[in-house]
Design a protein around this ligand. Structure first.
Ligand SMILES: Nc1nc2c(ncn2[C@@H]2O[C@H](COP(=O)(O)OP(=O)(O)O)[C@@H](O)[C@H]2O)c(=O)[nH]1
Ligand SMILES: [Mg+2]
Length: 212
């Protein structure tokens, strides 16, 4: 599927041009941007699908399904009463950061019963963004543990629902028991520029880990 340039409502530029390089024969050739895989993780209803949808320059692929009566009994909807669909497998989107770099975003399903899929989704990812709803910190322990255990660079992004967070960042860091080396930030999953900034923090983290 084509994943072309996007408009720039967030005020930053995602440039449509691709870099020209010289081949050994001296001809100009277009070098495609480096593909980099990032994972968007976190519990049910924290804003993963929203974040991928906000930033993706293609219509995001998602496997949303209507929440059935059965799932409604299993998944806690008390903080997401307007949520009528849920991601049953994963989200996928992409964003060209600049002519040299294109991010491919894979969102995990939030429900723990889909945990068996994580190893496949995370395969080859350089880093992860764990999205947190401060009203339900418990829901993101699994994602934090997973990235720590697999030693995959990650950042934690608190989604400020309605502009509010229920705990300070220090409290969140303490509650999640993430080390000082793990970036912790507040963002808005509905804002393209905010999602982009959060992804760039993950990239920096991945680069730092690789010694770049
Ligand atoms: N007010 C507010 N609602 C949000 C925000 N992010 C997501 N939502 C809503 O919260 C619900 C859950 O988001 P969703 O992206 O489906 O969560 P997911 O289960 O992590 O994929 C949806 O109804 C979203 O419209 C946000 O930053 N602020
Ligand atoms: Mg979802």
């Amino acid at each position: 599927m084509a994943c072309g340039p996007s408009p720039t409502p967030g005020g930053y530029s995602v440039t449509p041009t691709e870099p020209l390089v010289r081949t050994s024969a001296g001809q100009a050739a277009v070098r495609p941007p480096l593909p980099v895989k990032l994972v968007i993780a976190g519990g049910f209803g924290v804003g993963k699908t929203t974040a991928v949808g906000s930033i993706s320059e293609i219509e995001p692929l998602t496997t949303e399904a209507a929440i059935t009566e059965v799932a409604a009994g299993v998944d806690d909807l008390s903080h997401t009463p307007r949520k009528t669909t849920t991601t049953v497998a994963m989200d996928f989107g992409c964003i060209t950061i600049d002519p040299t770099l294109k991010l491919y975003l894979f969102g995990t399903p939030g429900q723990e019963r889909f945990g068996f899929m994580w190893d496949d989704i995370v395969e080859g990812a350089v880093g992860g963004l764990v999205i947190v709803d401060t009203r339900r910190l418990d829901d993101c322990y699994a994602a934090v543990d997973y990235f720590e255990h697999k030693q995959i660079p990650f950042a934690v992004a608190v989604n400020a629902f309605d502009g509010q967070i229920a705990h300070t960042l220090d409290e969140v860091r303490w509650a999640l028991d993430v080390s000082e080396g793990v970036p912790l930030l507040v963002f808005d999953a509905r804002e393209r520029g905010s999602v982009r900034d959060a992804l760039l923090v993950v990239l920096e983290q991945a680069l730092a880990r690789s010694g770049g």
